[in-house]
Every structure is written in C-alpha cells, then in structure tokens.
Design a protein around this ligand. Structure first.
Ligand code: 13P
Ligand code: SF4
Length: 319
C-alpha cells in the first residue's frame, strides 16, 4: 500500500456530491463498482453493486478507463490484477480485511511447503501474495461448484477462511486441510441471541453467510454468499428474514424486495460490531475526493500480478 491512503481536505459544503461524482465519472470515463457492504449512499451512486464474484466479472468486462472500487483492498487488487492497463482507485486504501490479514504470505508459503502434493484453493478474501501462491481462487458464490470439480483423491488445502472451508467440506463431503483464518465480523454473531430472535420473529427465515461459525450456520434456513442471500429473499414467498451477515446488504435487499422485512442478526455484544469497520472506511466524501484527485490508487509489481492472475482466471473459467 502506498503511504498516501486518504486525502484529507475540506469539501465545499455547497457541493452536491452525487452530481459531482456523476460529473467526474463522465470526465474520467470511469465505472464505479461497489460491494453490498458499502454505505447506502455509495451503493446508490455506484454503477454496479454486487458480491465478490460479480465485481470481479464486472472488472474483467469493463470498457471504462478508470475503475473506482468501493470495497476492501483485496477486491480492488483483484480488479487491478485483471486490468493492469487501467487505473484502479479506492476511496480509502486502508480498507483492509481481517480475514485476508489472518493469512500472511510467508507463513502460508511455509504451510504449503509442509504439505506437498496438495492443490491450493484460496478464497478471494486474501492478498495478491496469497493468490500468487494458490492454484485456484474461489468466492463464496462458486466455492462449492469449484471444489466439486477437483478430481477425487486429490488432496486440497483451503485458505484462508476455516468457517467457509468447513462448510464447503461438509456440503461436498471433501476432506480439506484448512488454514485457520476467520472474519472478525462474521465470527461475532451470537448463537444465543439468534435463537432469541427466532423466538421473537417465528415466521422469519434465517439467511446466513458461510463465513459464520458452524453453531450459527446450523440455525440457518439458507446459507450463501451475499448475492445468494439476496436472490433467496427475492424469490422466497416468506415476508420476514433474519440476515446473518454485514447489514449493509439490507439496503439493496429492501430496494429489491419491497414490502419484505429484514432483521439484522445481533452481534455478541451491545455494539455495532456486525458492521465491517474496513468496508465502512469508505465514505461518499472519500469517493468524491479519490475521483477528483485520481488517488489513492492500487499499484502492484508485475511479477506478483502475473502469478496472482493465473488462479483468478482458472476461477472465472470454472465458475
Ligand atoms: P461475498 O462474495 O459473499 O459478497 O462476500 C464478501 C465478503 O467479504 C464477505 O465478508
Ligand atoms: Fe473481510 Fe469480514 Fe469485512 Fe468481509 S466482512 S471484508 S471478510 S473483515
């Protein structure tokens, strides 16, 4: 990451940031990609609001000259890996990911060396350095489909999320050697409070992200990626849902499912720690500033990029 992670300047309060961002988008020939966990204002101004796989596909297909990525660092990095010739801007470069941080490349390289003969499947929530050490990347949308394509008898290392890995191992029946990483947001959901919420809303279906721990997933009526949770709610005849993932997703769910009710699952403490503090570092003001200054941007050495590209391309071909 460059030293320049944010640009602290005053913004003229008379500016309509929605209009300014639209003007800059035309001037830069930019596309704004946003993850479902972003602030509602950012979701509303973006060209596309999707999950990790959808955003990677948008980044691969775009004709824009500049990609403005409203999400966390590994997501913007993936866009850069797929588009070395384009400028990839981020509102705040410090928007990292606890799951990605739980798998440092030197430690993972040693782990891999200690288990020769394994194919390395890594969840996209990891750094370019981990992607460069991997054979195939997966997201929560395509992990099951891709693991099912690995020939029987081929040993698998799955990194970095032990919860997603355990869930995929359970549904596919494949044994996998798991790296012990986890997401600070999804691990904080409380099984006890979820049980209490189910009693309060007996008709509500529980929709959970596979980054949650097993005791929480056991209470779910549907387990899936953010896009899978959204499409389940859209097509289900049920009217009430308890959402066990980052509550930013509820903004798009309410827009796309008028009349349905979405109840955010509670964290273990009386805090707002089910909100991803990394995702929430991006704000509308920082989005405007990064487009205005064309900084900060993702930069990457070409050798790492080329090594990280191969497993991402395998994922896109297999999903
Ligand atoms: P999705 O790919 O399901 O959107 O997940 C991304 C993520 O960071 C979940 O914490
Ligand atoms: Fe990373 Fe968890 Fe935030 Fe997703 S919710 S970006 S896995 S810290």
């Amino acid at each position: 990451m460059e030293a320049l992670s944010t640009l602290a300047v005053d913004i003229d309060p008379r500016l309509d940031l929605f209009e300014e961002i639209a003007r800059l988008k035309r001037r830069l020939n930019a596309v704004i990609l946003a993850h479902f966990y972003q602030d509602p204002d950012i979701q509303d101004v973006a060209d596309f609001v999707e999950d990790s796989l959808g955003l990677a596909r948008r980044a691969q297909a775009t004709q824009a000259d500049v990609i403005v990525f409203c999400g966390v660092h590994f997501m913007a990095e993936t866009a850069k890996i797929l588009n070395p010739g384009k400028q990839v801007l981020m509102p705040d470069l410090r928007a990292g990911c606890s799951l990605s941080d739980s798998c440092p490349p030197p430690l993972f390289a040693a782990f891999k060396a200690a288990h020769p003969g394994h194919i390395v499947i890594s969840y996209i929530n990891c750094s370019a350095g981990i992607k460069a050490l991997s054979d195939i990347i997966v997201t929560s949308t395509n992990a099951e489909k891709i693991v099912r394509q690995i020939p029987a008898g081929q040993p698998i290392i799955f990194a970095p999320d032990k919860n997603l890995g355990a869930h995929i191992a359970k549904v596919t029946g494949r044994e996998m050697l798991l790296w012990s990483g986890a997401c600070m947001v999804h691990e904080i959901f409380s099984e006890k409070k979820l049980r209490q919420l189910k009693v309060r809303y007996p008709r509500a279906l529980v929709l959970a992200h596979p980054e949650c721990e097993e005791p929480v997933l056991r209470l779910a009526d549907h387990i899936g990626s953010t896009s899978s949770i959204l499409s389940f709610a859209k097509t289900s005849p049920a009217q009430e849902f308890i959402i066990v993932t980052e509550p930013g997703l509820i903004h798009t769910m309410e827009k796309q499912c008028p009349g349905k009710r979405f109840i955010p699952a509670p964290p273990d403490h009386g805090c707002a720690c089910n909100e991803c503090p990394h995702m929430k570092l991006n704000t509308l003001e920082k989005l405007y500033l990064c487009m205005h200054h064309r900084a900060p941007e993702i930069v990457m050495d070409e050798e790492t990029r080329l090594r990280a590209l191969r497993p991402i391309e395998r994922m896109l071909a297999m999903s």
